[in-house]
Design a binder for this molecule. Structure first.
Ligand code: ADE
Length: 335
């Protein structure tokens, strides 16, 4: 352990100088407040930087402060989140904004962690980036760069994250923001997964045990993954007088979002359908963290607007109703 801490101590200043020279110009790295960092970090959970950039700017234009977000309606927030996926984050962000507005900015790790949607990693990131607290943020990317630095063959998982957090705590520099983002940045643009690390550009190339042995690709050692559950769904795109049927999801995955009516492939349709063949048919797949949907979508023209659904034109849907990306393949039918 001491040998590893010594190595890590030597790695810190190299990372800081490298980060200051090479960091990407990302919108959340300007004019930071606790609130803007919170928006960025929740958006960046499970979503790539490239996908977040534009959404982040547009979101803050719409809701520049926690006060604006706290006052917004859930539908407005969902609409601004559209396309980012994992919508519970949007609901959490609104709830966290309400807490910030009511109670002010938290000052401790516990205070940050108690905000809705903030897990250990995000709490570490917010403490380091927005509050100057020496609280490490360790996710899969940080695990990857550290398993390579130490040539650590432990399997990925919570125990390894805890070990690395403890080690980082011992060497955390005063510039907590640059250190935290430097670790993220190295994982994002140099120490890449899947066999293509750009070791020639790495500030740790003279220290990294995996690189010195030419064994970057052996790390991190993967833990066994559980298979995803597969669900088969029929999706009904119903058109009536130029309007389309929508239904609000009231629980579980994608709660609070609007969807085309759908039901498990083994269940009957959610409303009576016209006789004959559908106007169009296509299949699509959407992969969530723990579930995979295999969907068969059909477009139908109905005579009566079935009253259990909300009926809206394509234009209204585009403007007001957030439909999750899972149904993207069927949105092409709207006109
Ligand atoms: N991923 C999570 N947080 C990030 C940040 N602040 N900058 C870049 N990538 C990130």
């Amino acid at each position: 352990m001491d040998r590893d801490i010594e190595l890590l101590q030597r790695a810190v200043p190299r990372l800081l100088s490298w980060f200051r020279e090479n960091k990407r110009d990302l919108p959340w790295r300007h004019d930071r407040t606790f609130y803007t960092s919170l928006v960025a970090e929740l958006m960046l959970q499970q979503t790539r930087v490239e996908a977040v950039k534009e959404k982040y700017v547009a979101f803050l234009e719409k809701f520049p402060t926690e006060r604006d977000l706290a006052a917004a309606s859930e539908d407005e927030v969902m609409k601004a989140w559209e396309g980012l996926g994992y919508y519970s984050r949007a609901r959490n962000l609104k709830s966290a904004a309400e807490t910030l507005f009511a109670e002010g900015t938290p000052r401790t790790w516990e205070g940050v962690k108690s905000l809705a949607g903030v897990g250990d990693y995000t709490a570490g990131a917010l403490c380091s980036i927005a509050l100057g607290l020496k609280e490490p943020a360790v996710d899969g990317n940080v695990v990857r760069i550290l398993t390579r630095l130490f040539a650590d063959g432990s399997a990925e998982g919570d125990a390894l994250k805890r070990k690395f957090k403890e080690m980082l705590r011992q060497v955390y520099p005063n510039d907590t923001a640059d250190f935290c983002e430097g670790l993220m940045e190295l994982g994002a643009i140099v120490c890449l997964p899947n066999g293509v690390p750009l070791c020639g550009a790495c500030p740790w190339r003279e220290l990294c045990r995996a690189h010195l042995c030419g064994e970057e690709e052996r790390y991190p050692v993967r833990a066994e993954k559980k298979a995803r559950r597969v669900e088969h769904l029929n999706v009904y795109v119903l058109r009536c007088g130029g309007k389309y049927a929508l239904r609000k999801r009231t629980e579980g995955l994608l709660k609070g979002l609007w969807e085309f009516p759908n039901s498990p492939a083994s269940a009957p349709p959610p409303c009576p359908l016209p006789q004959g063949k559908a106007l169009a048919e296509r299949t699509a797949k959407h992969v969530f963290t723990h579930v995979e949907w295999r969907m068969t979508g059909r477009l139908w023209e109905t005579e009566e607007p079935f009253p259990a659904f909300l009926w809206a034109t394509a234009e209204e849907i585009g403007r007001e109703y957030a439909i999750p990306s899972a149904f993207k393949a069927f949105k092409d039918w709207l006109k």
